[in-house]
Write a protein that binds this ligand. Sequence first.
Ligand SMILES: Cc1ncc(COP(=O)(O)O)c(C=O)c1O
Length: 394
Amino acid sequence: MGLLSGFISENVGKGSMIRAMFEAGAALKKEHGEDAVCDFSLGNPDLPPPDIVAQTLRDFADRAGRPFSLGYMPNAGHPRARAALARHLSAEQGVPLEAGDVIFTCGAAGGINVLLRAVLDPGDEVLAPAPCFVEYGFYAANHGASFRTVPTLPDTFSLDIDAFDAAIGPKTRAVILNSPNNPTGQVYGKEELAELSSLLEKKSAARGRPIFLISDEPYRFLTYDGVETPSLLGLYPYAVVASSFSKNLSLPGERIGYLALSPLLGERARLMDGLTLSNRILGFVNAPVLGQMLAAKALGLSVDTEIYKSRRDLMAGILTDAGYEFLMPKGAFYFFPKAPGGDDLAFTEKLRKLLVLAVPGSGFAGPGYFRLAYCVDGKVIARAAEALKKARAV
Ligand SMILES: Cc1ncc(COP(=O)(O)O)c(C=O)c1O
């Protein structure tokens, strides 16, 4: 009686469709054995982190007995690690960044929450193109804001600038873009990003209150066939990159990420003060010490992306053979094919009975599609071929 807040008690039982699949998978594996189930439900990278990660941990262990080695540090992160990150991002994003323009956070998820905490007032609104990462709605709600999705262009999931024009209202305070995209594998092009930036610039100026453009980009390291992910930091003063080392270094459980501000923003020192305070008062205090150390040592390194590419190609061949309609992923490690018959819930249930776990597109505000995460061994992908064909046929 009265144990939980209204919001949490309403949502706690629902779980997410990804979690539901994960739990269904655990039950199936128990019943049929690990090897019988093809689990494409979770975006949990399976490749080992680059060697530098273990080496850095070993080196750290030798020094860990000293006072303060695992102590509190400045809320925005260790000054040397911030400076190294800023140097790295200057090259990656093609804009000059300094240590004061970046802040370490508990993953990209923590970073998005820190930014939203710093800029949202109750009643504000956050927008994202659909389909999108399901947690954005919760992050907006955490800070008293509402969340709405904006449609993308049919089949390509590219940005629909007219739809944004129509959707942005007086309370819109932030837009979250995710490119390379989970779940679609789309990478937004420079032209559509420039168009969205100028729309936001116009809308911000008309209202005298900026609309932030959050570029959630933990999959930036993983694009295929020469596709590049354009940077937003040189396009729009209120653009903020939220990213992490979860996927490129395969350490999502370590919770290390960051925010980076646009050098076009004159008042960015004030925004950074706000972010630093938010990092503290949300209870993160500072991002993990070890995570910052690992990040600083491994800047520019990543897991072997060729492995993801070969899995993508394998899965694409299987889906094509079986007659699925899909966009070839340009980045990240997800396929988002059309659900045959149009009912994604019914179709993923059909797959589940064939011991293949996929997430219904409805879980990403993308009904009519389903998501397959291919951060699993190639053998699992190959093993799913028969079932994927069968599900399509019956
Ligand atoms: C689109 C997107 N944004 C954010 C996150 C959260 O990443 P992190 O582990 O850096 O918090 C994920 C994780 O899967 C994601 O897919």
